[in-house]
Design a protein around this ligand. Structure first.
Ligand SMILES: [Fe+2]
Length: 404
């Protein structure tokens, strides 16, 4: 999606004969929005339609938790058990019609291939590294990467470093680079918090010429349909286009700072369908002599704010630890806990790392979320009124939570 790419061999023009050892290869146009959106053209050794056997269909079942009261929530996720693989191990925490947000701490390896047939995916790698093997080629990933996988991409995780811990977003819409970061030609402009060089497409195409039995699990129509192929699905000899998986490291996000507080859109990393994903990265804080370097209280009247704390010292935010997720739902104001605004004055920088997802429609919660909910976060603005938030241990502000 970010720019034109080509790997392997492709013919001199689209839709002309392309042969290997005299055999006509199968050309597949994989495109969005009919034939008008971004697309890639792949050249297969076999027809990608060729299915040996239709296997089972597993519907996706969600167990919704409808809390008795509407309140701010804090979920502790650090100690969740490892379970499943990089796909079956995704445990849904919250969702709406635009996005599903899951935690994944896999322990098994994938003995099948996966394709999301009804949504784009962003997989934030909190812990772990490896290679996402895809029909477009290998996509190496490491801690701190967002792995962006467009719908239709057949893939399999090959992790190298353990443990693995992922925050996964799945959406029926598209994951895009925010429009305001790009000029009319699509190039990322000066002033945007990242550039094309920060975006890493597949590095190497490995054409697999192998026959056997290869299960491919496809998410489609609200479930997983498994197909059995008699050839390896990575049989592509070449492809080109704008549609392919890629990575972007949160550590390559260049924070935008100001003399006074910059609003969350300055941290936007991706645009989704009625939601945004933002990266809060270590940075200098507001430098006006009279600045209050943490956010003002705010009521996001039309959005919900989910923040995943990745690393850093959160001493200024009581109870928050690595792996914490806070959810500030619509209809309620939120802001610094008592005493924190005063205490933040004079701090110069923050060292924390966090991923935020703001949705423009309400989020539903799952039974899994209920198990992780601390049940007391909503009281933190009340209980702390007489006991100011902890001072940061580091005068530089390293322990400051810079967003709320
Ligand atoms: Fe907020």
């Amino acid at each position: 999606m970010p720019f034109y790419q080509r790997l392997g061999d492709v013919p001199r023009k689209r839709h002309i004969q392309f042969r290997e050892n005299g055999t006509l290869l199968t050309e597949e146009v994989m495109g969005l929005e009919g034939f008008t959106g971004n697309e890639s053209i792949l050249y297969h050794l076999q027809s990608p339609c060729r299915v040996m056997k239709l296997d089972g269909f597993e519907p996706i079942e969600r167990k919704e938790w409808v809390p008795d009261q509407h309140a701010h929530r804090h979920f502790h996720t650090k100690e969740i058990d490892a379970a499943g693989d990089e796909v079956t191990g995704r445990r849904l925490l919250m969702w709406n019609n635009d996005v599903e947000i899951s935690l994944c701490r896999p322990k098994d390896s994938m003995d099948y291939f996966f394709r999301n047939g009804e949504g784009d995916e962003v997989i934030f790698v909190h812990e772990g590294s490896g290679v996402l093997e895809t029909v477009f080629g290998d996509v190496p990933y490491k801690e701190g990467d967002y792995v962006v996988v467009p719908r239709g991409t057949t893939y399999r995780f090959q992790p190298e470093a353990s443990p693995q811990r992922y925050l996964v977003f799945e959406t029926p819409g598209l994951i895009e680079i925010p429009r305001r970061y790009r000029n009319q030609y699509g190039q990322i402009m000066e002033g945007a918090p990242y550039y094309h060089r920060d975006i890493h497409p597949p590095t190497e195409l490995k054409t697999v010429r192998e026959q056997g039995e290869f299960p491919v699990k496809v998410r489609v129509r609200g479930g997983y349909q498994t197909y059995l192929l008699d050839y390896h699905p990575f049989d592509v000899v070449g492809w080109d286009g704008y549609l392919y998986p890629w990575t972007f490291s949160i550590h390559d996000f260049e924070p935008i700072t100001g003399r006074i507080h910059q609003p969350p859109p300055s941290h936007q990393t991706f645009a989704g369908q009625n939601f945004v994903i933002c990266s809060f990265c270590p940075r200098k804080l507001d430098f006006d002599p009279d600045a209050v370097p943490i956010p003002y209280h705010h009521s996001n009247l039309q959005s919900e704010e989910m923040i995943y704390y990745v690393s850093g010292n959160f001493g200024s935010r009581k109870g928050v630890e690595v792996g914490s997720i806070t959810l500030h739902p619509s209809g309620l104001p939120h802001g610094p806990q008592p005493g924190l605004a005063e205490k933040s004055i004079g701090t110069h920088e923050t060292h924390e790392l966090a991923v935020m997802c703001d949705t423009f429609n309400p989020l539903k919660l799952t039974d899994f979320a209920k198990k992780l909910d601390d049940g007391t976060y909503w009281r933190s603005w009340y209980e702390n009124a007489s006991q100011p938030a902890d001072a940061t241990d580091d005068a530089s502000g390293a322990g400051l939570t810079s967003h709320l």
